[in-house]
Design a protein around this ligand. Structure first.
Ligand SMILES: [Cu+2]
Length: 501
């Protein structure tokens, strides 16, 4: 399409629009019913555009919302970061940003070291790459179907003509295997949005078919973020040892992910001290809402996928509840250095596969139980008597293709978290955003075991019946040597009695 002609067409449309609006406003004034007036006004641009577009071939029809020149990274916006993910490349053809998504099976997506599965995604990744654009951009997105099943793509939360909305059967034909469809629209909003399959959603979304769609403002108000992180939250059922997610699961999910990764597979978020940080959360889980909690900071939720929240209405929070099918964006200044947890506060969402199917043994004294059960089940291992925190670090051999309930090594021992968990690393004096390693705390700023002298000084009375857990922590139950740095064992006189049962 010739640029000059387009501009003329747009100008013509605007004139007609203004004229049409005046006519409608005039007739609207005669109407009593406010609702009718509103309905008429909502119809205006479409009627006007329809008139302009009448008898024009499809490719020459104009959008009611004229496009701006394509927004440029660095000039018009600071690119968003998708931890553990990527941004979909595009090219510009005649002023239109052209993208190409390929819906396809993705072999052996790794959720965390030790757990891989055959999923479905886009362009070889699970979830699909992030689509990034600028308000006012005209976008043309080709979708090629390499799946063994029909599919379609819905642009979730994005304002667009009805025929581009992507609900197979309702707004378009399903894209059959081997076919390529074209979606094209002008972005009339900015914010954090999503895309996902809208054909056999239950199956296709459970297999991973979703991604982020970030639209930057054309004329941003205030400061741009220095670090702009975007997450897709999702949940999966992958039976221990299975090689595919189970789309039929309705309630009992066992893998919870940030950008399709479970801790310790999640990348840390690195910021320099003083950076303005934005975190965008979007949730396309099958069934769960996720209250995502950031340690060490207060923040303001600045927008949802329904738009910007006026300054006066922004609440200060430490947790952003992101319900299914929606997004939440929050901003803060990273002014406190350290390694800060960022995680879902549903406690079962910060665990991995193997926390689900055990009897409750908390509080049960289990000494000798291994031997008895092993007479019936060779290799049986008792676990859970002190909670599940030890499970990851026991060093037990996991079943094939599975990850322990929790876990990753931290600077002070095992981090008893899994699933939707990652770490915001705020550092002074860093020159790159590479993982800076663990935070080095200034001396005297780490919680540690109280000394006898301190307890005496502050007259802290200890209960008489302190747990003697070390009595029961035999080598066998620790599945190897007891942890050398256990404060309990180091302090407890029963250390010498630890033995193999
Ligand atoms: Cu959650």
């Amino acid at each position: 399409m010739n640029t000059t002609n387009t501009r003329d067409a747009i100008m013509m449309t605007r004139r007609k629009f203004v004229a049409g609006a005046a006519t409608i406003a005039g007739s609207a004034a005669l109407l009593d019913a406010h609702g009718q007036v509103k309905a008429r006004e909502a119809d205006k641009p479409r009627e006007t555009t329809a008139a302009v577009n009448k008898n024009k071939p499809l490719m020459e029809r104009i959008d009611p919302n004229p496009a701006h020149p394509p927004g440029q990274a660095g000039k018009d916006y600071a690119p968003v970061i998708t931890p553990n993910g990527s941004t979909l490349p595009w090219k510009i053809v005649d002023g239109v940003k052209v993208y190409h998504l390929v819906a396809e099976p993705v072999s052996w997506h790794e959720f965390a070291p030790g757990l891989v599965a055959n999923c479905w995604g886009y362009n070889g990744s699970v979830h699909g790459p992030t689509i990034e654009a600028v308000e006012g951009d005209r976008v043309r997105i080709y979708v090629t179907n390499r799946l063994p099943a029909p599919t379609s793509v819905h642009w979730h939360g994005i304002l667009l003509p009805n025929g581009m909305d992507g609900v197979a059967g309702l707004n378009q034909k399903a894209i059959q295997p081997g076919e390529t469809f074209r979606y094209e629209f002008t972005l009339r909003q900015h914010g954090t949005h999503m895309y996902h399959s809208h054909h056999d959603e239950m199956t296709q979304m459970a297999m991973g078919m979703m991604g982020l769609f970030i639209i930057h403002p054309r004329n941003p108000k205030g400061h741009r973020p220095d670090r702009d992180f975007a997450f897709m939250l999702s949940e999966w059922k992958i039976e221990v040892g299975a090689s595919r997610p189970d789309p039929n699961e309705m309630t009992d999910f066992n893998i919870f992910t940030f950008n399709a990764k479970a801790f310790p597979g999640t990348a840390p978020l690195v910021a320099k001290l003083g950076d303005r940080v934005r975190i965008r959360l979007s949730n396309l889980s099958a069934m769960s809402h996720h209250p995502i909690h950031l340690h060490g900071y207060q923040f303001r939720i600045t927008e949802t996928d329904g738009g910007q929240i006026p300054d006066s209405a922004q609440q200060h929070e430490t947790t952003a509840l992101t319900q299914v099918g929606s997004t939440r964006t929050f901003d803060f200044v990273a002014d406190e250095p350290g390694d800060w947890a960022l995680h879902c506060h549903m406690t079962h969402h910060v665990m991995n596969q193997m926390g689900h199917e055990f009897g409750n043994l908390v509080g049960i004294q289990t000494q000798g139980l291994n031997q008895k059960i092993r007479q019936l089940i060779p290799g049986y291992m008792v676990m859970g008597q002190d909670g599940m925190g030890d499970m990851g670090e026991m060093g037990m051999k996991n079943p094939r293709n599975s990850i322990p309930m929790v876990g990753g090594e931290g600077p002070f021992g095992y981090i008893t978290m899994g699933g939707m968990f990652t770490i915001l690393k705020v550092r002074a004096g860093i020159t790159s955003y590479e993982d800076p390693g663990w935070y080095k705390h200034p001396p005297g700023t780490v919680a540690e075991m109280a000394s006898a002298e301190e307890l005496r000084r502050d007259a802290v009375e200890l209960p008489k019946d302190l747990p003697q857990a070390a009595l029961f922590k035999t080598e066998e139950l620790w599945c190897g040597a007891p942890p050398a740095n256990s404060a309990l064992l180091a302090q407890n006189p029963v250390t010498a009695r630890i033995k193999v049962q």
